[in-house]
Design a protein around this ligand. Structure first.
Ligand code: SF4
Ligand code: SF4
Length: 204
């Protein structure tokens, strides 16, 4: 991964579809992404489950590797998992319908941000390019410079959602450690219930 100063960033998607079909890209999803997908699929929870994979984390993965995970892994009765978008035909995202995304308005935040990742960086004026994106994404360097204010706002929003997501997982894992982990299906349903509360206007 490499970084650039915010004011240097030029990007315009060329609709190559590469990021939607790259076997090395796994789109992991936050509770909010799951809620947006649920709504895009007309609140059909069983249908949503068919679009999701559970990326399994082996129990012997060490602490250093765990710390590199952007979204924390979840302890369930079926093992330690991270929900992600299912791949079909070996490497295509389940929502990819050449040349477009079939749920474009509701796509996960990671897709909206790509080829930028908005991971924590030492300087708030730096962005991190997604791994290999500078070699594979033909949109980088195209178009006008992106709005600095918009990038700063998107970075802030992304990091806030990731923190809220990981705090929620921490609570779930604490409960699971007491002896009664949820199933993967129950976890996804909890995401949706939690996101409904999170997204509704705050009182007062
Ligand atoms: S790889 Fe880049 S240019 Fe191609 S679809 Fe993805 S974001 Fe757009
Ligand atoms: S959700 Fe849409 S934008 Fe994201 S990888 Fe799938 S097809 Fe591409």
């Amino acid at each position: 991964m490499s970084s650039s100063k915010l004011q240097e960033v030029r990007f315009k998607c060329q609709q190559s579809g590469h990021c939607c079909c790259d076997p090395k890209i796994i789109v992991t999803t936050t509770f909010l992404d799951m809620y947006n997908l649920y709504q895009a699929l007309e609140n059909d929870f069983d249908y949503l489950l068919k679009k999701i994979s559970f990326y399994r984390i082996e129990s012997d993965v060490n602490l250093v590797s765990r710390k590199k995970l952007v979204l924390s892994s979840i302890q369930t009765s079926e093992g330690e998992i991270i929900p992600s978008l299912r791949k079909v035909k070996a490497s295509n995202c389940v929502f990819y319908t050449k040349p477009n995304c079939s749920i474009y308005q509701s796509r996960p935040q990671a897709c909206k941000n790509y080829p930028i990742t908005f991971l924590e960086s030492k300087s708030k004026n730096q962005i991190i390019w997604a791994k290999n994106s500078q070699k594979t994404c033909p949109g980088i360097g195209k178009g006008k410079p992106l709005s600095l204010n918009r990038l700063i706002q998107e970075k802030k929003t992304t990091l806030e959602v990731i923190k809220t997501h990981n705090d929620l997982i921490h609570e779930l894992n604490t409960e699971a450690a007491k002896g009664e982990p949820l199933t993967a299906r129950e976890v996804l349903w909890m995401f949706i219930v939690y996101a409904e509360k999170f997204s509704s206007p705050k009182e007062g």
